[in-house]
Design a protein around this ligand. Structure first.
Ligand code: HMG
Length: 454
């Protein structure tokens, strides 16, 4: 075992883990223990709940929790909870919400809510014998998993369809059972995986008993049973539109010029994967922030979104723009397999608060809120990109981070905020400004305020 390795770490108490980490990886163990402990919640019950989300926890890692007000979606006004570490994202979503507030707001619709799970298996036999039998098995599966699906069935969900997929032309003996599910208000991962594992064991049983199979055909090699995070049929659309002239002026730029440039920016993201990746990252700035704030699985959402963006064989923009008959239309189609019950959504204290802030939506409504926030984010980023450029707004919001990094005092922060109202923010510009300031005055200790985040 290496110098800093340990067996049985997982069995240590939380304090024991922290002590071992501090003593083995840090120059000043006492200081690091103090620091990491300072982020423990004072409410011990809540801390226990947090620790239960993951493993080997030694502290909590904080992220900012912000809100974007004035988001009108299907004529209802929302205040959107957003958890994100990147400056200017929440401001951008808020500014797009405000922009569209007086132009009809966001329109959204859930197109479909189907989720998918797969049992992957290899089988060496005569497929012309097995494929017709599978139709008989399909109905038996549904009956034989009733004990798992009964509650979901009662809620109006459950198994929608079961299909056999034959991949033997690509990979000898490889088949899939693909099951489609409706998981109602839950993301449904545990439910889907439980059904799949049962189906896998039922298949072994059915195949072993199948009288028409040879001894070799009675054997089936189940490789794995798992949901797919690619859910192209769990799809939501968010859109905004207005007469081009109602877009207004953007500094010196008129509405027509803006609409054309904006449309081209979206076209470019359909043509070039390098641009599409950044464009879609902007969309996920908004989507991930709400997904996190509501205790949903952002890795699943991201993985799915990027696969969907490649569905035509090339990675492209998830959003679309159209200028037709004098109307500007901008929309986003995105698969979002999220839940408002189960998982962390009801256990994480702030995820619960986020859902309450949104009026305790069901999963369909939350899909629409998330998609609208993604579109808002994309609109704000493109609006900046085709007008003043991204740096002006982004760096304006980033100013406080730079000032904190430079250990600016309260007075220096106030002076900097005033100065950079009409000067371009950059790391070096801020340092130069502070250097000049510090030659004429002196500060005390670092302190963040500034009419922005104080
Ligand atoms: P601005 O025009 O300077 O803002 O824009 P403003 O001071 O005139 O205020 C207008 C509204 O913006 C405010 O209304 C707020 O809604 C919001 P009000 O509250 O006054 O009634 N707003 C703020 N909200 C909270 N805190 C603030 C704040 N300031 C304004 N401090 C803004 C400034 C940042 C909004 C604008 O420049 C913008 O939208 N920029 C885009 C920023 C962005 O997209 N950031 C994401 C990070 S960059 C990235 O990762 C994505 C990207 O690469 C994607 C891509 O390439 O497509 C860009």
């Amino acid at each position: 075992m290496g110098e800093k390795s340990i067996s049985g770490f997982s069995k240590l108490s939380k304090r024991g883990k922290l002590k071992w980490i501090a003593e083995n990886f840090f120059k000043d163990p006492e200081a690091v223990i103090r620091e990491l402990k300072s982020y423990w919640l004072t409410n011990e019950d809540q801390q226990r709940v947090m620790d239960g989300f993951s493993e080997n926890t030694i502290s909590n890692f904080h992220l900012p929790y912000g809100v974007a007000p004035n988001m009108i979606i299907n004529d209802k006004t929302y205040c959107i909870p957003m958890v994100i570490e990147e400056s200017s994202v929440v401001a951008a979503a808020s500014s797009a919400a405000k922009f569209w507030m007086n132009r009809g707001g966001f329109k959204t619709e859930v197109i479909s809510t189907v989720k998918i799970g797969q049992v992957h298996f290899y089988w060496d036999g005569d497929s012309s014998k097995m494929i017709p039998l599978f139709n008989k098995y399909k109905e038996r599966f549904k009956q034989d998993v009733k004990d798992i699906t009964a509650n979901m069935d009662k809620r109006g969900g459950g198994i929608i369809d079961v299909n056999l997929k034959d991949f033997t032309d690509i990979e000898p003996n490889y088949y899939q059972v693909e099951i489609k599910f409706d998981t109602c208000d839950s993301m449904g991962a545990n439910f889907i995986n439980s059904v799949l594992e049962r189906v896998a064991s039922l298949m072994k049983d059915y195949f072993a008993r199948e009288k028409t199979f040879t001894a070799k055909e009675k054997e089936i090699d189940i490789v794995m049973s798992i949901l797919s995070n690619y859910t192209p049929e769990c799809l939501v659309r968010a859109s905004v539109s207005c007469p081009i002239e109602d877009l207004g002026m953007f500094g010196e730029m008129d509405a027509e010029t803006f609409a054309n440039k904006f449309n081209r920016a979206v076209r470019i993201a359909h043509i070039d994967p390098y641009r599409a990746t950044t464009h879609n990252k902007g969309i996920f700035n908004g989507i991930d922030a709400v997904v996190l704030a509501t205790g949903n699985d952002f890795r699943a959402i991201e993985a799915c979104g990027h696969t969907y963006a490649s569905r035509d064989g090339q990675y492209k923009s998830l959003s679309n723009c159209e200028l037709k008959d004098g109307i500007f239309k901008f929309w986003l189609d995105i698969p979002l397999a999220i839940g408002t019950v189960g998982g962390l959504t009801n256990i994480h204290p702030i995820a619960k608060t986020s859902l309450e802030l949104l009026g305790n939506p069901g999963s369909n409504e939350l899909m629409q809120v998330i998609a609208a926030t993604g579109l808002a984010q994309n609109f704000a980023a493109l609006k900046s990109l085709v007008t003043v450029g991204i740096q002006k707004g982004h760096m304006k919001m980033h100013l406080m981070n730079i000032l904190n990094h430079q250990e600016a005092t309260k007075k220096e922060i106030e002076a900097s905020v005033l100065h950079f109202k009409d000067h371009v923010v950059s790391f070096s510009a801020v340092r130069t400004f502070l250097d000049e300031l510090r030659t004429t005055s002196s500060g005390n200790k670092p302190f963040a305020i500034a009419g922005t985040n104080d």
